[in-house]
Write a protein that binds this ligand. Sequence first.
Ligand code: 9WN
Length: 421
Amino acid sequence: MSAAMPKPDRRDPVDEARRILAANDRGGYTVPTDRLYPFQWNWDSAFVAMGFATYDSDRALRELERLAEGQWDDGMIPHIVFHAPSDTYFPGPEVWRTHHRIPTSGITQPPVFGMALAFIEARAGGKYRDRVAALYAAAMKNMRWWRSARDPEGTGLVATLHNWETGRDNSVEWDAPFARVPETTTTVLRRRDTGHIDASMRPTDADYRRYIHLVDSYADVGWKPAQMWRVAPFKVADIGANAILAASAGELAKLASRFGDADDEALLASMARPPFVWSEALGVFLSQDLIAGAPIAVATSAGFLPMLTDAPTPQQVDRLAAHVEALVAQGLLPVPSTLPGQPGFEPKRYWRGPVWVVVNWMIARGFARHGRSALADAIDTLTRNVIDEEGFAEYFDPCTREGLGGGVFSWTAAVRLLLAR
Ligand code: 9WN
């Protein structure tokens, strides 16, 4: 554990997790962590909302409502909502140059929103009907946006146009597609992250120049989906975002008979089982590089997430289970963001190896859905233990279990609440 990483309160990690969410609350929305991420992030907030739902349905709904305040008229839910100014993060609103009522970024993130809404509704005991109805409408508008803006050719899989949209910013999967993005920017880079976190764990400066090149390119076309699609130098069908989108479709379908109509039901049914790409050689599901027109042959933790849907066959689930069993047998913490042995695996550098507990939580739910409850329980126990031993870190080294990145992290606290016995 790095010197700055606070040790958890061993007396009661659940109380400590609640205290972290309270401390990161900025008024109905929760920042991922103080200073490093001082705004509302999309998929972080959806996990946080589920964490709140374990003890406060009202606050859980509020988290999603504040995120939905950032929803664009076309249905896009941005990856960052800049509710209040802060100078501790780059790139801020002046770089994004979007035109929403509240300043937002111009790209999205994996749509955990629908999963979270169904999760909260199931625990709210029939209360808050009007608020759930409004959030259901926002979620459906967002599902339609994904369909039209990010799958205009009707392939059944949606595209992400910026690494940050995948939420797994510097995954080894993106190395080749990202190498096509020029490093030129019209914006001066003023990184703040490396002032908070050791640079060896963060994306590189060259990565940042490309991230901002993408932002500049899309800002230049006014953030219009059809034009972004046309100019995008980075276009991948991220297996993580696609699995989460399909899982959200399946979860929203449980609400559709009460809050929606037949059109919604038909749309959700068609989105719940997309044509995921499986690698027999690697034994995981794969992302695809849509510009090269080819699957990306890298085994990542996101390649397990189609188990959140009914798509995987029993044989595929067995192959995925075998990876986890092998990791545990080797004394490694499952499930590293890049599986060890894959080229590019780096156990400490952001999404190139470390374990993220939100991904673990989803993988365990996937195994449970496919009848592998003992394995799901084992992942849950290892996840709970690493948080209790190492703290509420942003992510964990799979080899040493050390907590890394930002400390006092909201989605880690949320997962600890979800895993409370
Ligand atoms: C860019 C907030 C976010 C997470 C992402 C994670 C990281 C941002 C960054 O932090 O991304 O969105 O600046 O590095 O990669 O998954 O949502 O916790």
